[in-house]
Ligand binder design. Structure first.
Ligand SMILES: [Zn+2]
Length: 251
């Protein structure tokens, strides 16, 4: 198991604090170098204002201060919209494959918090999401971003998420939007870590199990947050937008 973690590029969390501190230092430098940039944005996670960094062929995708990308910044805005500080203080959270920035926010502002992962050590509980070791109605919020594309029996995992949620509880379950139609592989392809390439139709699997599924899109938020995923073709200067969608499922 320890070997697998290494191969997957995870560390056990020991150096994360230093890593994030060092990354934070680049923001003021980047801001000075690019002060003439016409593109300035606000990060809803760390409140940075200024130019964003490209990430590979994704233009202006990354906040230079906290390092978070489009989907994380949109999730932050949706959480802010749904959870007032009062509501958050009554919300029990299960966070699967935790993002560092969100872990801090959940721990600080929410009623209770459990982080989990199949392999990572820097979490409260290690378990397989196809069999969640908690009784029915244990949580008010499950947050599992870009997780289900790795899970063999995703239908079982979605059922498990619904089971541990209290009635009216919410599950945030974004997956990458790679196609119109999802491609399920029988076995994990040797060159991939994912077991399916999820598409726009993937949210139908949530609709089969949850009572209500609401899809949040960048257009619902101010452009100053720059939540669209603008990809530049490497061969020419065409820019195309990959959908940045956040499904929120109600139990
Ligand atoms: Zn930021």
């Amino acid at each position: 198991m320890g070997k697998k973690r290494k191969d997957d590029g995870y560390n056990d969390g020991k150096f994360k604090a230093i890593e994030y501190f060092l990354k934070g230092l680049r923001a003021p430098i980047y801001k000075v170098i690019n002060f003439r940039s016409a593109y300035k944005y606000r990060c809803p996670i760390c409140n940075y204002y200024g130019p964003f960094l490209d990430k590979n062929n994704r233009l202006r995708a990354k906040c230079p201060k906290c390092g978070e990308l489009e989907r994380a910044r949109m999730a932050m805005l949706v959480l802010n919209e749904i959870y007032s500080s009062e509501k958050a203080s009554k919300t029990d959270v299960l966070h699967v494959s935790p993002e560092n920035f969100l872990r801090k926010i959940f721990k600080k502002n929410y009623k209770s918090y459990i982080s989990s992962d199949l392999y990572r050590k820097d979490v409260d509980q290690q378990f397989d999401i196809q069999s969640i070791p908690y009784p029915d109605n244990s949580f008010d919020l499950v947050f599992a971003s870009h997780v289900l594309e790795y899970v063999k029996n995703d239908k079982q995992a979605i059922k498990e998420i619904k089971r541990v949620l209290r009635p009216g509880g919410l599950a945030f379950l974004p997956v990458p939007m790679l196609h119109d139609k999802t491609i399920d592989f029988d076995e994990r392809p040797p060159d991939k870590r994912i077991i399916r390439e999820t598409g726009i139709d993937y949210f139908d699997r949530y609709r089969e199990i949850f009572n209500e599924v609401k899809i949040y899109k960048p257009g619902s938020f101010d452009q100053k947050f720059n939540l669209t995923i603008d990809m530049q073709d490497s061969l020419d200067s065409n820019i195309y937008q990959m959908p940045n969608l956040l499904p929120v499922c109600k139990a």
